[in-house]
Design a protein around this ligand. Structure first.
Ligand code: SF4
Length: 354
């Protein structure tokens, strides 16, 4: 019997490009979106597997609202699957949300980013604070109970007060999950040209710690470096990535860990319309290095039992004991990174793993 896996569907359409974003997307057109939905359906039917989570990411997946029902019908999805659609708040109107709800979608994820007008302007977002509020309200009215919002930290001149305003405003709307990402300048984006002056590493670390502690006070418990949830609302689909479990990615630029291999699809929508051409990037994934790099991103960390499965138990304990307790917690069960450890996660994880 094959085990159930997650399904990621990339929707590479946006109304305009945000200056910090390096995700693969092209300008939306209705005709191309229709042809793309057909291509997704053809490709998904090709995989005979049962999926227990589905995540429509992008791009701006809500732009495919009319087609989500047909796309989901093409896949074998368990009754209790978590089915998420990412959306720009300015598109979360009742009619679109009703389409998603009827299709079986049960989780919305909004790119709110900030509840300060000047920060939204800096980020080149199309939505206003009012639209972000309406997006969550409309989702509740449409019957969504599981709602996530993204917020961004490390913006130029950002203060603790601004973060507090955003976090409290989002929390008050009644969301169940918040992702707090640190702004990074990615190559080949408009910000790589204009080079806005971001806070230095120490200041960004302070803002990160402030945000993490504030979100916990607001009832959102940290479960991953950038993710916080009300109890029981951790994102089941994304947990699969960090627990090194299998998922299939469909669409240009999608990545997969499926049937014992890692592969990716070229960032080319026209090529994908013909066929999902997969390029294998790793034909023997799931080793200790990879497992530990992913799993240490979670607050649950790694247990001694897990390390033993890879024959690494003693070495892992020895390495953890050499690190300062401000960066790692060592318990009866295993080892996990502290909030300070998350700030320098790459170097802490390297010390623990290599
Ligand atoms: S941040 Fe979202 S809406 Fe903006 S360009 Fe990237 S994918 Fe599109």
């Amino acid at each position: 019997m094959t085990h159930k896996v997650g399904l990621y569907i990339h929707v590479p359409f946006c109304l305009s490009k945000c200056p910090y974003c390096d995700f693969y997307s092209v300008r939306y057109s209705r005709e191309e979106a229709e042809r793309y939905a057909d291509a997704l359906i053809r490709n998904i039917k090709h995989y005979e597997r049962e999926f227990d989570s589905v995540y429509f990411g992008g791009g701006t997946p809500i732009l495919l609202h009319e087609h989500i029902a047909e796309i989901l019908k093409a896949a074998d999805i368990t009754e209790d699957a978590e089915i998420t659609v990412e959306a720009n708040p300015c598109l979360a109107i009742p009619e679109f949300l009703d389409d998603l709800r009827r299709a079986g979608v049960n989780r919305m994820s909004f790119g709110v980013q900030s509840m300060n007008a000047d920060e939204l302007l800096f980020l080149g977002r199309r939505h206003s604070m009012k639209q972000a509020e309406n997006a969550v309200r409309n989702s509740h009215d449409a019957g969504f109970e599981n709602i996530s919002a993204d917020m961004m930290i490390g913006l130029p001149g950002q203060t603790e007060d601004k973060i507090k305003h955003t976090a409290e405003a989002i929390a008050e709307l009644g969301v169940t999950h918040i992702s707090a990402y640190i702004l990074k300048i990615e190559e080949n984006t408009p910000f790589a040209q204009s080079r806005p002056e971001l806070p230095d590493d120490d200041r960004t670390a302070d803002l990160y710690l402030y945000t993490a502690e504030l979100l916990e006070k607001l009832g959102f418990m940290q479960y991953e470096i950038s993710n916080f949830a009300k109890p029981g609302y951790e994102c089941k689909h994304n947990l699969k990535y960090w627990r090194c479990e299998e998922y299939l990615g469909v669409g240009p630029a999608a990545h997969s860990y499926f049937d014992g291999k890692r592969f990716c699809v070229a960032q080319n929508i026209n090529a994908f319309m013909n066929h999902q051409n997969e390029v294998i990037t790793d034909d023997a994934p799931g080793g200790w290095d990879e497992y530990a790099m992913l799993k240490f991103r979670l607050t649950e960390g790694i247990t001694y039992e897990e390390a033993k499965r890879f024959g690494k138990r003693d070495e892992f304990i020895r390495k953890a004991e050499k690190l300062p307790r401000s960066l790692v917690n060592i318990t009866d069960r295993g080892v996990n990174l502290t909030k300070e450890g998350f700030i320098v996660s790459n170097s802490v994880i390297s010390e623990l793993v290599f």
